[in-house]
Design a protein around this ligand. Structure first.
Ligand code: ZN
Length: 509
């Protein structure tokens, strides 16, 4: 099959338009990184203007007549099949974003921006005062805007599907419900058994002592280097909240936060962000300057960070190699053994705050939010019913009841941002990571032994080849099927938890 001259011209012009849009977005991301890391305080007002200008330019190009013309031509029946696979994927992905932005009325978008800008401060105050009532009016508005957004985008079964699709393309309530049901059925009894075991690992040594920031940073950089993070194509800096961003596979920015009275949290968050960053560095460089280089979905992205943070960074094998090195760096740990340290970082106890929770209880926090979000968007729960529903679910799943709204419905920033449908991608990340790691152990000879000797590159290379390289050329479902030979299955995560914590707490199913 031959592509016509008109099609060749159109695909070339389309690609250069996509490149320009991506350059604007990448520059905006770099300005955002700078804002969180190095920008002097007085720079913030001008920085907001600079970023808004870039966003407007990018939006104008994305919705331009030129873009419309190219997509119209390139999506005609018979044309996509004649394109090479990268061009096909590019037309599909850019077309998808284009359709979404066309379906969203501009006034709805503006109302969302204005409402959430205002909501942020209201949420900060309400949380400080521990008063959900204060947040209710603006939250009601945000939910109604999200419902309108879902109607505008369209859906088959639940309006919540339209919102999920923003973060995890193709994911639906129909697929999520059984995954969460399995987690609930298997993790609630696991937590109960852990609590009944009478074993509560000691963990005070993680906070007892002074662990200087420079030494912590140096240790994190060493581990990231061993993991295969390329410091010639990336950096690690400090920020108030850890994140990763970047402008291409050759320039990835990670941040971490250091508490000089906590020996583990900065390293753990560096490994987490390193997993995100290595995903971006591992994408085929041919895809740079296009959205295909960004990673296929939030859930798959989160699987890469969780895999390094938990499957590796909270494993006995990893600490067999790294604990003596940590001890050398921080003599405060001289009376602690590797085994004691391993138990300490895997202590399990229900807490009110999601971001402080352990591997066992984490997804119960997400389940609670998922059920509430879905009910709010579907209209079966009212905003003023949230605190009571929250307390009941916290009691049922975690066995604890928050004593105020700051420990309950006001703890997360997401709703004030207008983000509904985002939380489930955290759990998807955990589930994908266990399924990928299970496959990695089958395919890489003696993987755990290698990790136990500080050889982390075989795992990194496997992830590069199996998951990172394709970027967004394949969607999440296709990647999981190709790599693991089956669709997403919660069993791997549940088995991982029972195996690991069963051994630590000497309990069985
Ligand atoms: Zn993450």
């Amino acid at each position: 099959m031959q592509t016509s001259t008109a099609t060749t011209a159109s695909i070339m012009a389309f690609q250069s338009l996509v490149n320009e849009i991506h350059d604007l977005n990448a520059t905006q991301a770099l300005l955002g990184w700078d804002l969180e890391t190095h920008m002097p305080e007085k720079g913030s007002a001008m920085r907001a203007k600079q970023m808004a200008t870039l966003a407007k330019l990018s939006h104008n190009l994305m919705t331009s007549a030129e873009m419309d013309e190219h997509l119209r031509h390139l999506r005609q029946p018979g044309i996509p099949e004649k394109l090479d696979t990268m061009s096909q994927a590019l037309v599909r992905e850019v077309g998808r974003s284009y359709d979404k932005s066309k379906k969203t009325p501009l006034e709805l978008l503006q109302e969302m921006v204005e409402t959430t800008a205002e909501a942020h401060n209201i949420w900060v105050d309400a949380r400080a005062n521990k008063q959900f009532k204060q947040f209710e009016p603006v939250l009601r508005k945000i939910i109604s805007l999200n419902q309108r957004l879902a109607e505008a985008q369209g859906y088959e079964d639940s309006p919540y599907d339209a919102l999920l699709d923003e973060y995890e393309p193709g994911l639906t309530v129909k697929q999520l419900d059984p995954l969460f049901a399995k987690l609930k059925a298997d993790i609630v009894p696991l937590l109960k058994a852990i609590q009944d075991s009478g074993h509560s690992p000691e963990a005070g040594f993680l906070h007892e002592g002074f662990f200087p920031a420079e030494k912590q940073l140096e240790f994190s950089r060493k581990v990231l280097t061993d993991m295969g993070f390329d410091f010639e194509a990336g950096r690690l800096d400090l920020s108030a909240h850890p994140f990763s961003s970047g402008s291409s596979s050759h320039d990835v920015r990670l941040t971490t936060r250091i508490d000089e009275h906590d020996v583990f949290s900065a390293l753990s968050s560096s490994m987490h962000e390193g997993g995100h960053g290595m995903y971006e560095q591992g994408v085929n460089p041919v895809l740079n300057r296009t959205p295909l280089a960004e990673g296929t979905s939030l859930g798959i992205h989160e699987s890469q960070s969780r895999l390094w943070e938990n499957q590796v960074g909270r494993s006995r094998a990893f600490w067999k190699h790294y604990f003596p090195k940590l001890q050398e760096t921080f003599p405060e740990l001289k009376n602690v053994t590797a085994e004691k340290f391993y138990h300490g970082i895997n202590r399990v106890r229900p807490s009110f705050i999601r971001v402080e929770s352990d591997e066992v209880t984490y997804n119960l926090h997400i389940l609670l939010r998922y059920e509430i979000e879905k009910a709010l968007i579907e209209g079966s729960m009212k905003v003023d019913e949230i605190p009571e529903a929250w307390a009941a679910k916290a009691q049922e799943y975690l066995g604890i009841t928050p004593s105020n709204d700051a420990e309950g419905a006001l703890q997360d920033i997401h709703w004030s941002h207008g983000s509904f449908g985002y939380f489930p991608t955290y759990t998807l990340g955990n589930l994908y990571s266990a399924q990928f790691f299970h496959t990695a152990k089958k395919q890489i000879d003696g993987l755990e032994d290698k990790i136990g000797h500080g050889e982390l590159l075989p795992l990194k290379n496997w992830l590069n080849k199996e998951i990172h390289w394709v970027g967004k050329m394949e969607n999440a479902a296709a990647i999981v099927q190709r790599v693991t030979g089956e669709p997403l299955n919660a069993r791997y995560f549940v088995d991982y938890l029972w195996g690991k914590y069963g051994e630590i707490f000497k309990i069985s199913r």
